[in-house]
Design a protein around this ligand. Structure first.
Ligand SMILES: Cc1cc2nc3c(=O)[nH]c(=O)nc-3n(C[C@H](O)[C@H](O)[C@H](O)COP(=O)(O)OP(=O)(O)OC[C@H]3O[C@@H](n4cnc5c(N)ncnc54)[C@H](O)[C@@H]3O)c2cc1C
Length: 408
């Protein structure tokens, strides 16, 4: 087992792998610790927005990602009754990747593992982070456990890319604000759906939400709000009943469940909004969902995580040149990234609250806002710039209110 590297990363999710590729390109040796035995995860799709696609391009992963997934230029929002409320056109954006790409999350992870290892990074599968090692108030490595054996790795920087329940974040002592949403979701990959060429679709109604995104040549990513129901109670109602619930809103899904015979093809989760005050310490940095986690309605979690990875690699490189991995030096990374995470987290929070609300006033405002965005292309472009993660500066309250339908 290796005992030393420039950087040790806890986790080998998409954020960690992107960081490893970027660091290795700069000649910074990187080891990743991953408690899972392989990149296999729950069967789900992952939607990349223009900001994340730009990073995939930088990692030289975009070409293959496009073969694995499906690109959509239009995101259609429909009411439960089938009325088109909005056709959001990513083609309006002044960006080389002005489209969405949805792909099987596991296949994207496998692709990034391949690129990270090719660049020289080492992924230690089946290893769990136990604790930080410190010297004179500065992190200098980690203790990990694999197959019941405990060992240690020394490093100049320890990165916590260990997801929303980050243990490294606890070791850092950050303050965490968590909001758990009342509605849960079922996600899974089902068969192809006719009529979705170049389009992703979302159905909305108070308390309901259904997303169907083409995800590769023979698959569609399904994202369905099951409200406050537990996974057990949805399972008890049966797969046929779940299918009927989906098909009632989206008749085009009728044939997509062929081949979906078991609940093992579906995953259940309850989203949270996690805000973290401190992302860095002496010799420590948090990355991706460990630093911020939002409602997946924003479709931004993985995209911001990829951008964080590029920014953190740049800052670590500067620290290495200066021989200084102190909190003060690493703070440049947090300063650069936190504003974007704040804007997107808040945007995701209010858009999903609007979209799922049962309140008649909010319901009316939400519908009006969608209709307005559909007609007003300038406003639609502004809203899409936030969703796509490509806004230049923090949007003002008036802009956000206009997008949200609060102001006429
Ligand atoms: C159902 C669902 C749908 C989503 N859809 C989208 C979407 O369409 N678009 C989008 O942008 N975002 C989406 N997201 C969010 C997105 O998946 C996350 O933001 C993104 O995966 C974060 O990547 P990460 O690398 O930071 O964390 P993770 O992917 O969570 O990776 C963390 C890794 O750390 C490992 N780990 C944890 N603890 C330890 C430990 N102690 N030791 C060793 N390893 C450890 C874990 O096993 C894991 O592999 C979705 C999220 C969910 C749950």
């Amino acid at each position: 087992m290796p005992g030393k590297a420039d950087v040790v990363v806890v986790g080998a999710g998409i954020a960690a792998l992107a960081l490893a590729i970027e660091l290795q390109k700069k000649g910074i040796s990187t080891i990743l610790l991953e408690r899972q035995k392989s990149p296999e995860g729950i069967p789900r799709g992952l939607t990349f927005q223009p900001n994340g696609l730009a990073v995939l391009e930088k990692l030289e992963a975009l070409g293959r990602a496009k073969e694995i997934g499906s690109a959509s230029q239009i995101l259609e929002v429909k009411s439960w009754e089938g009325e088109v409320l909005l056709e959001a056109d990513y083609g309006l954006l002044d960006h080389p990747q002005n489209y969405l790409l949805t792909a099987n999350a596991t296949e994207i992870e496998r692709l990034l593992v391949y690129l990270a290892e090719k660049a020289g990074a080492r992924v230690l599968w089946g290893t769990s982070f136990q604790e930080l090692t410190m010297t004179e108030g500065r992190a200098n490595g980690v203790v990990y456990e694999a197959d019941g054996i405990t060992d240690q790795i020394e490093a100049s920087v320890v990165v916590g890319a260990d997801g929303p329940q980050s243990r490294l974040r606890t070791s850092l002592g950050s303050q965490v604000k968590t909001k758990k949403y009342p509605d849960s979701f079922l996600v899974g990959l089902v068969g192809p759906v006719p009529g979705l060429e170049g389009r992703a679709r979302q159905y909305q109604s108070p308390g309901k939400m259904l997303g169907i995104m083409p995800s590769g040549p023979e698959a569609t990513y399904l994202f369905h709000c099951v409200g406050p129901r537990s996974f057990d109670s949805v399972k008890k109602e049966g797969l046929a009943s779940f299918r009927a619930e989906v098909v009632q809103a989206a008749p085009e899904m009728a044939d997509a469940f062929t081949g979906v015979e078991a609940w093992t093809k579906m995953a259940y989760f309850t989203p949270s909004y996690i805000q973290v005050n401190r992302w860095v310490g002496n010799g420590i940095a948090l990355l991706g969902d460990a630093a911020h986690s939002f409602h997946p309605h924003a479709g931004q979690g993985v995209n911001l995580a990829l951008e964080d990875a590029v920014a953190l690699a740049e800052v670590i490189d500067k620290c290495k040149v200066a021989g200084d991995f102190s909190q003060t030096s690493l703070l440049e990374y947090q300063k650069e990234r936190q504003m974007r995470a704040d804007v997107i987290g808040k945007h995701a929070n209010y858009t999903v609250t609007y979209a799922l609300s049962d309140n008649w006033l909010i319901k009316r405002l939400n519908k009006r806002a969608l209709h307005k965005l559909n007609k007003n292309k300038k406003l639609q472009k502004k809203a899409l710039e936030i969703t796509a993660g490509i806004f230049e500066k923090k949007p003002g309250l008036v802009t956000l209110a206009k997008i949200g339908g609060i102001l006429p």
